[in-house]
Each structure stands twice: as C-alpha cells, then as structure tokens.
Ligand binder design. Structure first.
Ligand SMILES: [Zn+2]
Length: 123
C-alpha cells in the first residue's frame, strides 16, 4: 500500500499503531463470515449436518476472507479514523482549489471589514 495519497499527499499512517483498527475490521468481517457459514449450513442441513464440509468451508473462509478483505479493511479504517480525528492544517495535505477559493473570499472579507472599520473610526 502506498504511504501517501498520490493526489493530495495525505499520509495514511497518521499515528503509531494506526493499522490496528484495520486489523480489527478484518478479524471482525472474517469471524462474521465463518459464523455465517456455520449457522446457515448447519440450519439448512439440520439434523444431518455435514461437519467435515462445514469445517473445510469455514477453514477456507478463515484463510481467504482476510486476504481478500485486507485492502478494503485498510481503506475503510482510514475513512473511520479520518472521521474520528479530522485533518490538521500542519499535516501537509494539499488543500486543493476549494480551500483556495475560501481563503480568497476570507481575504476579501477581511479587506472589506478593515476598510469599513477604518471608515467607522475616522482614520
Ligand atoms: Zn488524497
């Protein structure tokens, strides 16, 4: 996985231990799939439950689901972490055009306010 976003230079690994959350998501989804396989197959075939087939299927899911879900877990975790701890200005992320437009409008507003204040005090 790239360490930075190629477009805005957002650094994905923002704090030490950042990826523990994505590991948690991956384990959560994998365990969910394994339990789903066991419950659905067990309920569908009750009372003659194919224990060996269920064991092989659940074991295969326990190996392949985390591998397949790994990039999604990281991406989802980056989004969750960004929602929990919004970007700081000093993180070096290129703001893009929206912020430049906002800054221009703020500067125009400040210039207008300064001129108005100057008029009001008679300077
Ligand atoms: Zn980006």
């Amino acid at each position: 996985m790239a360490s930075h976003c190629p477009r805005c230079a957002f650094h994905f690994n923002r704090v030490p231990g950042h990826w523990l959350g994505s590991w948690f998501l991956n384990v959560l989804v994998t365990q969910g799939v394994v339990v789903l396989i066991l419950v659905v197959v067990g309920a569908a075939t009750w009372p003659d439950v194919p224990v060996m087939a269920m064991t092989i299927g659940a074991g295969a899911a326990a190996v392949f689901v985390p591998l397949a879900f790994f990039p999604f877990a990281r991406t989802i975790w980056v989004a969750i972490e960004l929602a929990m701890r919004p970007l700081e200005l000093d993180e070096g992320v290129a703001p893009g055009f929206e912020l430049e437009r906002d800054i221009a409008s703020l500067r125009a507003e400040a210039t207008t306010a300064g001129r108005d204040r100057g008029d009001a005090t008679g300077r």
